[in-house]
Design a protein. Structure first.
Length: 227
């Protein structure tokens, strides 16, 4: 029933639906960029070694978790600008992976990408909580989380096709460019609500922990599936 209510609400509140769609798109692109590493094999990385294990899990997850916990309780103002900056920086970092030549360079970028992507869930869920009434937030947040699993699945499917057709570098350049472009869209089209509700801030704090846990869980499953 919530989905039908959400659709009906969207017919009369088009901006709210736009916020949901653009945030889902960003979450999808970020997770695609994150998990494509498992299929777009980088020539100088041994995918049967400890190097792969570190890149596929701990380096990203530790940076993502720590940064997310801090940001989830710190970001309260200028959320749309902050979100656009996080997306733009993460896109640039993903694109930079295409010019790396060593494990150390890629490891440093992976840590930075984890930190940059950590801001997306707390800020995004905060904006969604302001865009939808309380009765529809569950449905909106459920659709938002589709971006996580859709990005993961698309990376394992289309990511391999892109890798085989255009080599590994384009597997990073493509999502990097798209994320950078999306950051400009977010900056120009999203706006802060006139009044920030206190319960939206509390909701953001609660969801930050859940979002981090979900992302880390999927990430740790990538290595066994590919290796």
């Amino acid at each position: 029933m919530s989905c039908f209510e959400l659709l009906d609400y969207g017919l009369h509140n088009k901006y709210s639906i736009y916020v949901l769609l653009v945030l889902v798109s960003g979450y999808f692109l970020q997770n695609y960029a994150r998990f494509v590493f498992s299929v777009a094999k980088i020539p100088f990385i041994d995918y049967s070694s400890v190097e792969y294990g570190l890149l596929a899990g701990p380096l990203f997850n530790i940076a993502y978790t720590i940064t997310g916990l801090v940001l989830g309780r710190w970001i309260q103002k200028k959320r749309t600008t902050t979100l656009a900056c996080f997306v733009g920086v993460s896109g640039a970092l993903v694109a930079l992976c295409a010019i790396t030549t060593s494990f150390l360079q890629l490891a440093l970028l992976t840590i930075c990408i984890g930190a940059a992507m950590a801001g997306y869930v707390p800020v995004g869920t905060s904006l969604l909580s302001d865009a939808f009434p309380l009765r529809l937030r569950g449905a909106a947040l459920g659709l938002f989380n589709v971006g996580l699993f859709a990005g993961y699945g698309f990376a394992l499917g289309a990511g391999e096709v892109l890798y085989e057709a255009y080599a590994w570098k384009w597997s990073y350049l493509a999502p990097g460019f798209l994320l950078t472009a999306l950051s400009l869209v977010l900056l120009e089209t999203l706006h802060e609500p006139r009044a920030q509700r206190r319960n939206s801030i509390e909701l953001r704090k609660e969801i930050t922990t859940d979002g981090i846990g979900g992302g880390a869980t999927v990430a740790t499953r990538v290595a066994p599936a590919v290796g």
